[in-house]
Design a protein around this ligand. Structure first.
Ligand code: ADP
Ligand code: MG
Ligand code: ZN
Length: 416
């Protein structure tokens, strides 16, 4: 029997602030010497007090608005207790009953179909430090101890909790990519899974025969899209097997082991009771009055899906082309400048999809730092239109500009 798959995701985004969420330590911690981006506040020295970073709040509100959430005024922080060496206070400051953004949704396209994924909420919280174990760090090989690095402790995070609205791995991946694109458009987060500025916990279950929700398993330690796909595939097969054999599933947290390709039970899931949540009285409620929210709203850029649809309408691009060109905001800007400089819309799209993309791949470069100006490319393409250059000649001129750093005039002379 084929059981319906149900997936809900919790996504942590590291917010792009200059300083941590409750102190003035730098957030520039990647590659920093361990325990140098720390201070008495994020090390939890008794007697210190947290001070909320307004920029972190504004980024959470930006993201919440992008996700069509309701932004709440007067929200609070709670203390979530657990005892572990990466958490110097022995509690994490997080939002619990009163998250800053509630509800909302995100439309995704998966398997050629548009689907609305509803959100539960978005909340703010601080990150924990990082343990360095002998098993995962060669420098400690054989050691009977671990190190702890608190540089990441107190980094600002926003956690986006979806409803269990996804029904396939493809939908889960499309959702993650859509969140990542939005976060980058809004400059809320780098959204990089590789460096950990976007982290996903995957909840998955199979529906009961009567269609009601089944027992869910939360999968942690999935650090790439590929491992999310593999972990889902493994876990869905495992759950089906347990049920086929007449067994019952337990609600638990399982770790994905990328090397072995299996999930392993880590712990049965703590209930809220185990965390002994209570109000963080050292922090005042967050005020997000309508005027404040309106101001944040005013400064939002065009949403990625609006840009995608506009490019289809305005430039006659196909959905696929438009998705490719608007994937990155800077690429979309590049395209529009190129068209504004005289290149026909379809030709410009073609050049970007082929020539530009190829050069960027070859040189492992990003459009943000690409040397050839969009206006110059526009001018070059318009010369093909005016029959001043053939396609082949234009490609030679392009190569001369990109590879030999020549100006358009110099390149024309060289290839002429
Ligand atoms: P917790 O606080 O224990 O993590 P939540 O109620 O906040 O629990 O849910 C966490 C995530 O689990 C949410 O993203 C939600 O969509 C998802 N979820 C809840 N029930 C199920 C289910 N039956 N199958 C799959 N995912 C689920
Ligand atoms: Mg959770
Ligand atoms: Zn600090």
């Amino acid at each position: 029997m084929k059981r319906k798959i149900v997936i809900g995701l919790e996504i942590h985004l590291q917010l792009k602030t200059k300083t941590k969420i409750f102190c003035s330590c730098s957030t520039d911690y990647i590659g920093a010497t361990p325990n140098t981006n720390v201070c008495p506040i994020c090390l939890a020295v008794p007697g210190t007090l947290p001070l909320l970073n307004e920029h972190a709040v504004s980024l959470a509100v930006r993201m919440g608005l992008g996700l069509h959430c309701e932004i709440k005024d007067n929200t609070r922080f709670h203390r979530k207790h657990y005892f572990y060496a990466d958490l110097p206070k022995a509690y994490q400051v997080t939002q619990y009953e009163h998250p800053i953004a509630e509800g909302g949704y995100l439309d995704i396209i998966a398997d050629g179909k548009t689907k609305r994924v509803h959100l539960d909420h978005l909340h703010l919280e601080e990150d924990a430090g990082k343990l360095v174990h002998p098993t995962t760090d060669g420098r400690l090989a054989g050691a009977a101890y671990s190190f702890v690095d608190y540089n990441r402790g107190g980094m600002p995070l926003s956690e986006i909790v979806s409803q269990p609205d996804m029904n396939s791995a493809a939908e889960a991946i499309a959702y993650i990519l859509q969140i990542r694109q939005l976060a980058r458009y809004l400059e809320v987060s780098d959204g990089e899974m590789e460096s950990g500025s976007l982290r996903v916990d995957v909840n998955v279950s199979l529906c009961n025969d009567d269609g009601s929700l089944g027992t869910r398993v939360e999968i942690k330690n999935v650090n790439s899209l590929k491992s999310i796909e593999r972990a889902l595939e493994y876990e869905i097969a495992r759950q089906n097997r347990v049920l086929d054999e007449g067994g019952a599933l337990v609600q638990e947290t399982r770790m994905w082991d990328d090397a072995s390709g299996v999930t392993r039970s880590m712990r049965t899931k703590e209930g809220a009771r185990d965390y002994r949540y209570y109000l963080e009285m050292d922090l005042a409620p967050i005020e997000a009055k309508p005027e404040y929210v309106a101001k944040v709203k005013e400064n939002l850029p065009e949403m990625p899906w609006d840009k995608r649809d506009r490019f289809i309408e305005q430039y006659g691009l196909s959905l696929e082309e438009s998705q490719q060109i608007t994937e990155q905001r800077e690429m979309a800007d590049y395209y529009e400048k190129c068209v504004a400089s005289g290149a026909p819309a379809a030709k410009a799209a073609n050049w970007i999809k082929t020539e530009i993309q190829r050069v960027l791949n070859d040189k492992a470069q990003d459009i943000k730092t690409f040397s050839l100006k969009a206006e110059t490319l526009g001018e070059l393409i318009s010369k093909i239109e005016k029959k001043e250059l053939s396609n082949t000649q234009a490609k030679d001129v392009f190569a001369a500009m990109v590879n030999d750093s020549l100006s358009l005039d110099e390149a024309l002379k060289k290839c002429g």
